[in-house]
Write a protein that binds this ligand. Structure first.
Ligand code: CUO
Length: 684
């Protein structure tokens, strides 16, 4: 029962009203109804219930064709409201009706964000598939130039004769820009999808029961710390120094970035940032946003003094200790900042508004009617070198807190009676303790993100890093009775930028978590083997790039097997750094800790994905490891442990491994073709 005249409905407590929109898209297209049904209909009809309209005035304020940024406070309030409405709908039918209503007239990116968060968190939609963002918004992931070619291909060439459109490897910059050496990491589709998904699973605004997940502030710290470790090691492999923190907000930023992404929603290109851009105070009425760089500096200083005094002040003026176990979680929520921040007035919104200041430095006052750049969107931010300078600064604040904590004692590290006596890594066809990387090509279907025309599939072919699968072989001696242990595997560089052995105090920040799993240790000698594909930080290639048309049953690896939470996870193809042609020397570290000290009671009824728990946690459950995230490398090393060798207790072991890179592009996988992909890997 649609109103034909504007209807004013009460908006909230303050008795203001809002206008119910009457410009329904279907009405606009009604004269074409039968033609459209013939062209687009699938023969299936979905009944939508007639419901009382929820108050959607806030999210409706964002223009349909505007760009949407989670980091801009007014946008995040709109998103939080829409999530609240979607999650609050009493039944699945009501949810569907609200979603259909919103879909028809809201900003599509805001809509997809809120819809995805709601689907992830409603009990009745947990098994429903969230469309992969790479297919709904391919413009956030691939070279804008490809879309004109895709339209041309799909308008002229019959589907069966279409060829994948190759995205060149070096389309955002040339090698004259040294930062471009690691563009393959920053612009990797899987890495950017992971980051988007992580922020979907851990929103910082919205209904409290969705935001308030176990140790979410700590996981914000740890997941981003690991991104920094990974990026820094990737830089070392490419003869680049570690990232410099963005500590001075007034200094020109030498790193320019020209993303060459088109926004299909707003029909604009994403703004670039020229080299030596300078940040400025932000005052944009259009975005209802106003803050000064000095606000960021003030919040930073207050956070530092809280860390140094070991206490934060809550919004009632009470002192709360930044304790050994809970401090990092409090700090994560303060710094990000999430709605769980203990005192937003005092500690502000440092990390999010840093993203905004950088994202708007080309037009901080909206004089040129320009919108934010890619730093303003979690789906695209990791492409930009400045992301890592900003997050190096944020991570350093967390490290400042970690440096105040007591060092781990030997008792907190050892596992009496358990000794690791052997470790090697085996890659088929390679010498022992060698890992191998190469380039691989894969295809993604762009057609769903182009528009609504029935075009059939059109694929873009992109080149990404890949490694040959490998196996860890670990020998553990247990001199006691049968018991449980947690195996923790990390890899880190052996030498610094100058080729000198690293001090553990520096090296610890560069250790990349590769895997973590529980083992049953029988009395005596245990030979453990574990495959790289089982990693607790990654999701399989097929999950990252699942084809939504892949309706094979779960057992055969069909797309319906896992999604949602499972979309969160570091892409398996980026598990290890690229290495170098001559072989980049790393140290592989393995530890077995006492499971009794690690165990967390999790609920067994969990149906979520268990693929990438180290970085993404477990759905509807507590984080499945009681230790501080990053243990044992999250604190200042213990006394007289200047090097990794001095740090070792008998339940730890270190093995030198080299990562050798072959600069060749190897066979691609076919669209949706898991088998071909594995074959291609096996053949290399
Ligand atoms: Cu994930 Cu700054 O938090 O982007």
């Amino acid at each position: 029962d649609r109103p034909t005249e504007p209807v004013f409905m009460p908006k909230g407590d303050d008795n203001t009203t809002f206008e119910v929109p009457t410009n329904y898209l279907e009405d606009r297209f009604k004269p074409l109804q039968s033609d459209l049904t013939n062209r687009f209909g699938t023969g299936k009809t979905v009944q939508v219930k007639n419901i009382t309209l929820p108050d959607l005035s806030l999210p409706l304020m964002l223009e349909r064709r505007a760009n949407f940024s989670l980091f801009i406070p007014s946008h995040r309030r709109m998103a939080a409201r829409l999530v609240e409405v979607f999650v609050g709908m009493r039944s699945l039918d009501d949810f569907l009706a609200a979603a259909v209503y919103a879909r028809d007239r809201m900003n599509p990116y805001l809509f997809i964000y809120a819809l995805s968060v709601a689907i992830l968190h409603r009990p009745d939609t947990k098994d429903l598939q969230v469309p992969s963002l790479i297919e709904t918004f391919p413009d956030k992931y691939v070279d804008g130039a490809v879309f004109a070619r895709a339209r041309e291909e799909t308008s002229i060439v019959p589907e069966e004769q279409r060829i994948p459109l190759e995205i060149p490897r070096d389309y955002t910059a040339s090698d004259l820009d040294i930062e471009h050496r690691v563009a393959y990491f920053r612009e990797d589709l899987g890495i950017n999808l992971h980051h988007w998904h992580w922020h979907l699973v851990y929103p910082f605004d919205g209904p409290t029961n969705i935001v308030n997940k176990d140790r979410r502030g700590e996981l914000f710290y740890y997941m981003h710390q690991q991104i920094m470790a990974r990026y820094n090691v990737e830089r070392l492999c490419n003869d680049l120094a570690r990232v410099r923190r963005l500590t001075n907000l007034r200094e020109p930023i030498p790193e320019g970035y020209f993303p060459k992404l088109d926004s299909l929603v707003s029909s604009r290109v994403w703004p670039p940032r020229f080299a030596n851009a300078v940040l400025d105070d932000v005052y944009r009425e259009v975005d209802q946003i106003k803050f000064d760089l000095s606000d960021l500096e003030r919040w930073r200083d207050r956070i530092f003094s809280a860390i140094h005094s070991g206490t934060v002040v809550d919004d009632e003026g009470k002192f709360v200790e930044l304790s050994e176990t809970r401090g990092i979680d409090l700090l994560g929520n303060i710094l990000e900042a999430s709605i769980l921040s203990i005192n937003r007035n005092l500690y502000g919104d440092l990390h999010n508004l840093g993203h905004v200041a950088i994202a708007l430095c080309h037009d901080p006052e909206a004089k040129h009617l320009e919108t934010f750049s890619i730093m303003g969107d979690p789906a695209t931010a990791m492409r930009d070198p400045i992301f890592y300078r900003w997050h190096a600064f944020i991570d350093d604040i967390f490290q400042e807190h970690k440096n105040t904590l007591p060092r781990y004692s030997v008792q907190q590290l050892e596992y009496p009676g358990v000794r690791i006596s052997g470790l090697e890594v085996v890659t088929e066809g390679s010498p022992k303790n060698q890992l191998n990387t190469f380039w691989q090509q894969s295809d993604i279907n762009l057609s769903r993100g182009l528009d609504f025309s029935p075009r059939g599939a059109v694929f873009a072919r992109f080149t990404h890093l890949q490694h040959r699968p490998f196996t860890y072989r670990i020998t553990v001696e247990n001199s006691g009775n049968q018991r449980m242990g947690t195996v923790r595997i990390f890899i880190g560089p052996k030498f610094d930028e100058r080729g000198l052995p690293m001090l553990l105090a520096d090296q610890k920040n560069l250790f990349i978590e590769l895997d973590k799993f529980t083992v049953n240790l029988k009395s005596g000698k245990n030979n453990l083997t574990r495959n790289s594909s089982e990693s607790s930080v990654t999701i399989p290639f097929e999950t990252t790039f699942r084809d939504l048309n892949d309706n094979r049953p779960q057992q055969q690896g069909g797309a319906l097997e896992r999604f949602n939470y499972c979309g969160c996870g570091w892409p398996q193809h980026m598990l290890i750094p690229k290495g170098s042609p001559e072989g980049y020397l790393c140290q592989l570290f393995v530890m077995v800790s006492n499971f009794n000290d690690d165990r967390v009671e999790t609920q067994e009824n969990n149906r979520g994905c268990k693929d990438a728990t180290s970085y993404c946690g477990l759905r509807d459950n507590r984080y499945p490891d009681k230790r501080s995230m990053g243990y044992p490398f999250d604190r200042v090393p213990r006394d007289r442990a200047d090097t990794l060798a001095q740090f070792l207790t008998p339940n730890m072991i270190v093995q030198d491994v080299t990562i050798r890179h072959t600069n060749e592009v190897r066979p691609r996988n076919q669209p949706g073709g898991q088998q071909q992909n594995q074959q291609a890997q096996g053949n290399t």
